[in-house]
Design a protein around this ligand. Structure first.
Ligand code: ADP
Ligand code: MG
Length: 536
């Protein structure tokens, strides 16, 4: 007979939750994350104010921004944040939708678990439903061609609504569509070629598209001209100075005249650099590195507008915008490497001066200059622009669009329920719960607009039952109507991605039935990697 000694296979500081407890705990955490951003969904969504440990304030309506700033600790909750990040990375919008969907899938799974349905059955049902939903989504989406500017604008407006850009959304939509059309190359868009610059002055409505680049650098010398017309631009990636002699090299001079000769020689070499630039025909220089004082002096004398220590990304954008080639060796600079712009100009806003490079002929990089009265406004408008740009870029690649405002979710839900009746077994219940989860989007849109979600859902369902596939809840008119015709249109890919990643995470969380958490105390003070990046 043994004496029933307990056997420990784990260290003492491991906290273990098993089975149903583990599931319940994870589902609860995931649901808390999705609840926390629920009120921000849609045009009438509320904003959140987040204050970090340094006292910096962010006011936003943007799902991924909120979740990133929340410093979430729980592992399942962190997985939810990952969905938002993936969504942002893949399509640039739809983050709140994706997270909410995952939260609801898990909440509904809880009901099935309570009915003693095994997690594997639920995950299988969810997987089937997700695949089917994506199939239906394809059938329900319409094709969009690049020249359909009015639809493109509507997509931008739909993406931007509720993000503080309301007053100027027509204008912003035009800016985005113009920008995207300008940088498009063979049907592809590189969003990095659109630079967003924020300017704390004037009102939001003065936001403009610059056919060129703005860099936050001033000219190196006040003796240089403040404005150059018909600029010929050289981009130089090496320092404009005499290369430092290596540390061991010694220069021995034995008389004052030798020293003078040495200095003259040095000045001569520096002057040669400027001669080289001048003979290429350049009248504007952007240098990625430093510039010797003497070189600056001669450049000013030659009336050449010069900026130094320009960021690498700006150099690349300048190259795309002006057509200039980045030269790494000044001796290779000829007029062939130069780029062009109508105007290069230093503009002062209060304390700061920036250099505007405007009027580029066929720029493949552009700048959106956002104006606004405060940092918070500027940041939120920037996020709205990023959502808008993300949506248009997505749709230009994918070319498929669907009706927003909950219309697509209701139609998918309806079709999934019809499909579920063809299934036998308990997976059927999971497919139905998946379909129910999709209804959470329109019902939240209604709720956030102060409407009764049940009334709205009932009306939506009855319209869809009678064949109105594009009936959604238009938050501007507060009516259930054909929202596609009203221009509430979204890229199909946003929905596809949201369904995929929400399902994936829900399944992943449902499969966990054992959590082993080490209880090592957290390192304090905690360093946020975001701050560390800035600390070079
Ligand atoms: P997400 O982070 O998921 O993009 P948003 O707060 O941007 O969340 O809200 C997007 C939702 O708002 C989409 O479902 C979209 O169809 C909906 N929406 C946009 N404009 C309207 C409108 N005028 N009426 C109703 N719903 C709208
Ligand atoms: Mg959005």
């Amino acid at each position: 007979m043994s004496d029933k000694q307990p056997i420990y296979i784990l260290p003492e500081n491991i906290e273990r939750t098993i089975g149903r407890d583990a599931q319940r705990n994870n589902i609860l955490a995931a649901k808390l994350v999705s609840d926390s951003i629920k009120t921000t969904l849609g045009p009438k969504g509320m904003d959140k104010m987040l204050v970090d440990s340094l006292g910096d304030i962010t006011i936003t309506n943007d799902g991924v921004t909120i979740l990133e700033k929340m410093e979430i600790e729980h592992p399942a909750a962190k997985m939810m944040v990952e969905i938002a990040k993936t969504q942002e990375l893949e399509v640039g919008d739809g983050t709140t939708t994706a997270v909410m969907l995952a939260g609801k899938l898990l909440e509904n799974a809880e009901k099935l678990l309570d009915m003693k349905i095994h997690p594997t059955v639920i995950t299988k049902g969810y997987h089937i439903a997700s695949e089917k939903a994506k199939e239906y989504l394809n059938e329900l989406s319409t094709d969009l061609t690049f020249d359909n500017v009015s639809v493109l604008k509507n997509i931008v407006i739909t993406a931007m609504t509720g993000k503080g850009a309301e007053s100027s959304k027509e204008k912003f939509a035009q800016i985005i569509v113009d920008a995207i059309k300008q940088i498009e190359e063979n049907g592809d868009i590189n969003i990095n070629n659109i630079k967003i610059v924020k300017n704390k002055s004037n009102g939001v409505e003065d936001t403009e598209l610059i056919r060129g680049i703005i860099i936050d650098k001033e000219k190196v010398s006040i003796d240089m001209p403040g404005k150059i017309e018909n600029a010929k631009i050289a981009l130089i990636s090496e320092a404009l100075e005499i290369k430092n002699p290596s540390a061991e090299a010694k220069i021995s001079v034995s008389s004052p005249s030798q020293l003078q000769e040495f200095l003259n020689r040095e000045e001569y070499m520096l002057k040669q650099i400027v001669e080289r630039i001048k003979s290429s025909g350049a009248n504007v220089i952007f240098c990625q590195k430093g510039i010797d004082d003497i070189v600056q002096y001669y450049l000013a004398k030659e009336q050449i507008y010069t900026c130094r220590r320009v960021a690498k990304s700006d150099m690349e954008n300048l190259s795309s915008a002006t057509g200039a080639k980045i030269v790494s060796n000044i001796n290779e600079l000829t007029d062939l490497e130069l780029g062009k712009a109508k105007i290069v100009e230093e503009i002062r806003h209060g304390e700061e001066a920036m250099t505007y490079i405007r009027g580029c002929e066929n720029p493949k990089a552009l700048t959106i200059l956002i104006h606004g009265g405060s940092e918070h406004v500027l940041d939120e408008i920037e996020r709205a622009f990023r959502d808008g740009l993300g949506d248009v870029a997505t749709v230009i690649r994918d070319k498929k669009i669907v009706a927003g405002a909950g219309a697509i979710e209701i139609e998918l839900s309806k079709k999934l329920k019809e499909f579920s009746s063809t299934l036998s077994g308990r997976e059927q219940l999971a497919v139905i719960e998946f379909a129910n989860a999709l209804e959470f989007i329109p019902s939240t849109l209604a709720e956030n607009a102060g409407l009764d979600p049940i009334d709205v859902l009932t009306e939506l369902k009855s319209k869809h039952d009678s064949g109105e596939k594009q009936a959604g809840i238009n938050i501007f008119t507060n009516k259930v109507e054909n929202v596609y015709e009203k221009g509430i249109i979204e890229p199909a890919k946003i929905k596809r991605q949201a369904i995929s990643s929400a399902t994936e995470v829900a399944i992943m969380i449902l499969r966990i039935d054992d959590v082993l958490a080490s209880r090592t105390p957290r390192n304090s003070p905690k360093m946020n990697p975001d701050y560390m990046q800035g600390m070079e």
